[in-house]
Design a protein around this ligand. Sequence first.
Ligand code: G6P
Length: 748
Amino acid sequence: MRRALLFILPILVIVSLAFTVFGVIQVRYEEEKLMDDLQRKANAVCETLVFSARHILLNNDLKNANRLVESFQKRERLQGCVIYGKDAKILAITERISDWQQKDRPYLNDVLLNKEPRAAFEEFRGYSVYSYILPVTDEESNALGLVEVVYDTSFVFTTLAALWKRLSLSLIILLVLIVLVMLLIQRRIFTLPIVRLTEWFHYFQKGVTDMPHPIKEKSELGKLASEVEQVALSLRVARRTISDEALTRLEKEEIWTEAKLRDLIHAKLGEHALFVVSNREPYMHVIDEISGKPKCLRPASGVVTAIHPILCACGGTWIAHGSGNADRKFVNSKDKLGVPTEDNRYILKRVWLTKEEEEGYYYGFANEGLWPLCHNTHTRPIFREADWQMYKKVNRKFCDSVLEELPAKNPFLFIQDYHFTLLAKMIKEKRPDVRIALFWHIPWPNPENFSICPYQEEILDGMLGCDLIGFHVQNHCNNFLDTANRLLESRVDTEKFSVVRFGKETFVRAFPISVNGHANGKGSFKVEPEREIEKLRKEYELEGKIVGIGVDRIDYTKGIVERVLAIDRFLEKYPEYRKKLVFIQLAAPSRTHIKRYHDLMGEIDELIEKTNWKYMDGNWAPIIYLKRYFSSDEIEPFYMLADFCVVSSLHDGMNLVAKEFVASRSDLNGALILSQFTGAARELTDSIQINPYSIEDFADSIKLAIEMPPEEKRRRMENMHKQITENNVYRWAANIIVDLTALKNIQA
Ligand code: G6P
């Protein structure tokens, strides 16, 4: 609209100017005409008056003089008339203008003297009147007196004002017509072709149409349309070629790499790109508190760790909540941006939530309700009706955002986690052709535990909108099937591992998630590791010390309190390790608006402070607590310098810290102490497994990790490293894609 105004405004200004000039000329002309008329009329009247007045003046007939002036007052617009004697004194005056005699009239003597007529505008009773005077002479041309007629001129102004009014009205009508016509023309020759071209491009690249572009003319627009068509065509052809080549390569390679996954996705999904939805976004723009400038962060999240390498490998669109306070500055008009920012590999689409939506859906229902419901940590889930309503509303919002993006033919949608239990069903209602997988990144509780959720049926029903649901381990799958069987009217097929409800079948499978695994054995370092490690050793005075590492979000499921208690017990029980052990805890604050998380932060601060105080000796204290967000590049040197890593979750779907630690130890050194309540414990069987609730055993496990003979450590690390390299995140994604596309074929 603003552009249309820019186009129309100058035309309106020019037309208005031209019209005003024309108006002024027209009014002037009209004014002159009226005045001319008036003058002629006054002249004629005055001459008639002179004729009668001569006789009256010659005979000094005052009676007839008065009768004469009174008879003239009936004439149109004539205010009155006056007869003067030869001494310029009034002999008779129309009564209506009797106060005319009070007026100063120095011109009378001039007219008597020069015997010339006089016409002029005079002011009378605050108005302008027209006075016309003629001398009355005898036959020898001697002045006998004067006659004067006084005309009302207000009609001239009224007529001119009416004319201006008419002209202004015509101008307004003309301007409105011009605006309408211009808008129509603009729409016809500019907007409509662009709209048609955009629509065509949208559908062509989604694969809905094969028609050539709709702009026929040979104009500049036509040329642009042809260029757009070429780009769209090349894009299609390139996608098809890539897909064929990918199939051939796939058969050759063995270990799952980024390239192999890319080939698989191109081969299986063909032209159709992958769509991912999660709550947490892979890149977040926030204002740096110190510099006040925006910076880009990679949030601490298992989902981000796992999904990011996949989208980097094969492209696609990731739709997530734009939660960074500077996020809006970095998106285009469709709320999208290419990421990673330095090397755009996929599209991130940000969905905006209001404070109330975030509060109810994310903090409330997802993290105070579902999160504790699914984790066995004895934290009571809180279910509020208002939170549930917000959760539904936000799922709907994401549904609309996803639907806007999906291509026409057989799209694949990969939903992440407990934030979107209702999304699959909502999407299927509008687009039953979309193949949907949901991966549940946290544990699934047993039916008794799940049944305390007041919204159990809607949640299960929403999830069963998926074609495939993935959990980390078989146990979670079994729990889910049991839950569906017990709490929902459905048929569970234990042979096929599927749930059938209202004729719709959903397959349930275990896909143990992983990290990228550094298959080349060199680690993923962007910086020189030795230099970074040296820097850390100096900074934290680690020279000659045994170093333990813990990396967590500050969450009650992570067993951080138990970890500190175990370190305390270890130093109590084995005092020979005092001044020798340093445990570094990297802790990213998380969900701090929730009271339970806020309290936990205080509890951990206090406990670490107390433990350090208990054992502090000179410069040495057993625990270095670094409470802030760390990027993966910052974390890796910590992993590499550590003698052991502790993962002591009280309950955890998988725990990728354990796998990242192992992946980063291509030197095959270091020990992993791992809670038996993590999904990772099933795969990393060579870790030192602990029950984090048993502080005594936990403390002994620290001793075991420190004192383990190097060959034993190496053997264990080698096995674990191999396990992670082979079962990396590319294999995880490949398994899901293969299963999902296989389902598609079965169901087709
Ligand atoms: C777990 C969840 C993820 C979540 C992550 C971080 O790994 O499964 O979905 O992203 O925790 O939590 P946050 O609430 O900060 O996203």
